[in-house]
Design a protein around this ligand. Sequence first.
Ligand SMILES: *Cc1c(COP(=O)(O)O)cnc(C)c1O
Length: 437
Amino acid sequence: MKYYSTNNQSPIVNFKEATIKGQAPDKGLYFPETIPQVEKKLIAGIADFSNEEIAFKVIKPYVGNTIADEKLFQIVSETISFHIPLVRVNDRISSLELFHGPTLAFKDIGARFMSRCLAHFVKEGASIPLRTTKVTVLVATSGDTGGAVANGFYGVEGVEVIILYPSGKVSPVQEKQLTTLGKNIKALEVEGTFDDCQQMVKQAFTDNDINDKIFLTSANSINVARWLPQQFYYFLAYKQWADKLNPPVISVPSGNFGNICAGILAMRSGLPVHHFIAACNANDIVTEYLHTQVLKPKQAVATLSNAMDVGNPSNFVRILEIFHHQFPELKSKLSSYSITDAETTATIKEVYQKDNYVLDPHGAVGYLSLQRYLENHPEQKGIILETAHPVKFPDAVENAVGKHIEIPSSVQFIMAKEKQSVLIKADYQQFKEYLLK
Ligand SMILES: *Cc1c(COP(=O)(O)O)cnc(C)c1O
């Protein structure tokens, strides 16, 4: 498989080069030249395949021969080595729980896959420029990415990770997950918003002073090795979906739109999905786009579902690419709703009281969006992606359900550890000095 840049001004690359580079030199996003089709028998007989076999078959065409089959099978097996259950919430809605990984969010899957691929490529040594033996992963996080990436790369030889996060805008569990590991993981606490963090990271990638000295790559969802493995759990959802003749509507809580874009890619590869819902909070750029056909980035506003507080979703361009920029086709497969914080809280409360199921704020945005769609489509049923464990957002959730949410024992030990971070202003020069020192 070869990848081109969505800006069309960069050379074609293979999976290895795309993974190492992260973003294309022309600032576009790498996109596969063709969308591979999964074998018909994988869909028709999906229950007969193990999760590992499914993941391997889905990702193999994208990786091509850049990783040997045996190694790739090992990587996908480690990537999905935790439960990804489809849980019934009520008659019409099920929840795909993506929060049983080490940092309790779906980003574990992309981060674990990417870190293992990158570690493999660094070990091979070849074709990393600057004759350096070290790769620096730069990542901006609105909350969950940082922890998942830190965890995925922790202790990986030859890779240093620098995480930028907005001060005071991530939850206590999230902050601990990205500031307490130490070793090759460094956290920069930025006095600004997620968009400021993302902006600084983007600027560093195009800064020659930095790129002459440090080999930078990105672990944000623009990296193909983080984006593509997110297809796995859409297939695993279908494996567990009882009514195979009536494929689900899938509602995806969306911020940077990497997750939903992977789902749409899976559908284009042959996975049966009736319709996709981009579930958004007050950051409604895509909801607006589907009404107006105009994509107008805005300043991000802070909400209860803070991992989706994104004012300029980087991956949306890939969705446009999948649909060849044909608006009517896109609109026939994708709807979007924008949910307020008040509605988010009311939804957490209602679903807890009615169905005894505790949603996190992101899942609640997904739930209400799906419910709105289903109201007008009485013959359909659907799935929400529950993208994070409720305990990552204790204030919002405990307030709504009126009870304490236990921190899973797998995370408890981290709360006692000491935060280690460097506080910086949302100022590119200050960030640059830190990188170069
Ligand atoms: C990152 C994140 C999202 C948004 O995912 P995108 O791929 O950026 O659209 C949603 N929910 C949670 C909990 C997240 O961490």
